[in-house]
Each structure stands twice: as structure tokens, then as C-alpha cells.
Design a binder for this molecule. Structure first.
Ligand SMILES: C[S@@+](CC[C@H](N)C(=O)[O-])C[C@H]1O[C@@H](n2cnc3c(N)ncnc32)[C@H](O)[C@@H]1O
Length: 288
């Protein structure tokens, strides 16, 4: 067992081969650079834990991670292994445009835009936003999720065809409120043209109120529901107010975009200026 000195939470990092140690050291340095409160307890195991072993591991209070031979970092949850898997989005990212992506229709960004994804989660929407050539800052309040994002950016940065896109992403393991406070205390100009919010929804809100049918909550979201809770009404108002405060004062088109399940009420009960929707989701836009 090896470890890293810091005061953070212990995460057990299960890995497969001694040769991964250099990569793990680089990962530890990234965690420290991003000031994530995470300490690894390293555990070399012969092969990936079976489904049964994973269930036993997740009963443990120490969160368990798995670094496979390709250095893909996964979180081992009762739902199975959960990882951002950005490589699986390659086709979607390459073909993304306003025709195919409702989010890009709503966000109306250009290459020169600055975008803040204030609720990054697995970073999938951030990738779609960045596919248009824009720089995207990602905020994630949960250390586990921030770790997965940082590790995925690091892994994908080693792939030549992903390097440019990876270079446009900047990840902060913090919440929106703290980020806003830091921006104002450092006297930074509010720098964003678009702020994107995709807060947690209650698990049952993915279903159509009338038919009871709707988008299946996938394994990633099911796992996330164990560690992240939907905001209360007052937290929703705070999210929206903080998002608006971060919009640039330039005369560019500025907006906050909020993702909701199609049938869900408006964030903070505030009627948006415009909305785009498909069978499952709705993007509400608040212009400033
Ligand atoms: C529904 S998920 C976002 C999914 C994401 N859009 C994607 O494409 O993967 C919501 C995420 O936002 C994070 N979050 C919620 N409120 C936040 C806040 N105020 N600041 C930073 N992160 C927040 C949660 O921890 C969670 O990981």
C-alpha cells in the first residue's frame, strides 16, 4: 500500500500493473494542482474486480476506483463501473452542430465565445459545447466527479486527435458560489458569454407526467444520484443569480442556458426568454 500525504478523503485506487505507477504519480500531481481533497490508497490487484467483488468493495466506506491497463479511471459503484468515457462520444463530438445538437442551438456560441459549464458532472455537455471551437470552463463541486473529469482530460490529452479539444477545457473542482466569490475577490471581469446549468433533477422527473414514460436514467446518472442531490428552490434561485452575475458586460449575446427534463418546471420557477426542446429534454434560455 502506498499513499499520498494530504488531509483529504481516502480513495482506494485499484490498479493492474506496476508500470502504471508513473501515470499514477502524474495523476496525484494533478489532484494536488487542482487542490482536490483526495488521498489515494494504492492497491495493486491481479485483474479487474468481478461484479461480485465490486459489490463487496462498494459496501466499504472508502470509495473505490479502478485504473485499467489503458489508464481509464472508473468509479466502482453498486451500479457497476462508472466513467466519463469521452472516447465514446467521438462521433457525436465530431459531427456536433446546431442541426444535431439542441444545446448548441440554444447556446448560440461562436469560436470566440467563453463558456462556463457550472455543473459539469461527467463533462459530456461540456464536450459538445467545446466541439464548436469555444473555450469551456468546467465547475464540479463533488471531489469524486472532479477527479473523474481531471483524470479523463489527462488521459484523452495523450491522444493526438483529442489534444486540441482537451486544450480548450479548464476544470475547477469547486462549486459555483465559491467560484463567483473568488472571481469578485480577485476583481476579475465577469468573463463568460454563456453560462450553462444542468443541476440534478429528482430521479422521477425524467418521466412524462401523463404517460409515465420517458428517458431511462442511465447507469452514470443512477450512480450520481447517490452522491448528488437536486437543489432546493432557494438553491435554484441562487444558481441562476450566480450564473447571471458571471456573464460578461460586453455587448455580445449573453445568456444562461438551463437543461431540464421536458416536463420539469422552470428553474427557480422563473419563466425563460426562450426554450428549445425534444422528446426528452428542454433547454431554457435566460437572456441578459
Ligand atoms: C446532472 S449532472 C450534470 C451532467 C452534465 N451536464 C454532463 O453532461 O455530464 C449535475 C452535476 O452538477 C454538479 N453540481 C450541482 N450543483 C453545482 C454547483 N452549484 N457548483 C458546481 N457543481 C454543481 C453535481 O455535483 C453534478 O455532478
Amino acid at each position: 500500500m502506498l499513499g499520498q500525504e494530504n488531509d483529504g478523503l481516502n480513495y482506494r485506487l485499484n490498479y493492474a500493473e506496476v508500470s502504471q505507477k508513473t501515470y499514477i504519480d502524474e495523476l496525484i500531481a494533478l489532484i494536488s494542482n487542482h487542490q482536490l481533497p483526495i488521498t489515494f490508497v494504492l492497491n495493486k490487484i491481479a485483474k479487474k474486480p468481478s461484479q461480485k467483488q465490486q459489490a463487496a468493495l462498494t459496501a466499504d466506506t472508502t470509495p473505490n476506483l479502478w485504473l485499467d491497463k489503458n489508464n481509464k479511471l472508473a468509479w466502482l459503484t453498486p451500479q457497476g463501473e462508472v466513467t466519463p468515457s469521452w472516447d465514446k462520444l467521438q462521433k457525436r463530438v465530431v459531427t456536433a452542430g446546431r442541426k444535431s445538437e439542441l444545446l448548441l442551438q440554444a447556446a448560440k456560441i461562436t469560436k470566440d465565445s467563453y463558456v462556463l459549464d457550472a455543473t459539469a458532472g461527467f463533462g459530456h455537455d461540456a464536450l459538445i459545447l467545446a466541439s464548436s471551437g469555444t473555450r469551456v470552463t468546467l465547475l464540479e463541486q463533488l471531489p469524486m466527479m472532479a477527479l473523474l473529469l481531471i483524470a479523463e482530460q489527462f488521459r484523452m490529452s495523450q491522444e493526438s486527435n483529442w489534444q486540441k479539444l482537451m486544450g480548450r477545457l479548464q476544470i475547477f473542482g469547486t462549486d459555483l458560489q465559491t467560484f463567483c466569490q473568488n472571481q469578485s475577490s480577485e476583481n476579475n471581469q465577469a468573463p463568460f458569454d454563456v453560462v450553462y446549468l444542468d443541476p440534478m433533477f429528482p430521479e422521477d422527473s425524467y418521466l412524462d407526467a401523463k404517460s409515465g414514460r420517458g428517458a431511462q436514467v442511465n447507469k452514470r446518472m443512477q450512480a450520481l444520484h447517490h452522491i448528488a442531490v437536486p437543489p432546493t428552490l432557494s438553491e435554484e434561485s441562487e444558481l441562476l443569480a450566480n450564473a447571471k452575475a458571471l456573464l460578461t458586460h460586453s455587448d455580445k449575446a449573453r445568456r444562461v442556458i438551463v437543461k431540464r427534463p421536458k416536463q420539469a418546471p422552470f428553474l427557480a420557477k422563473l419563466t425563460p426568454d426562450d426554450s428549445w426542446q425534444n422528446d426528452a429534454v428542454r433547454f431554457d434560455a435566460y437572456f441578459v
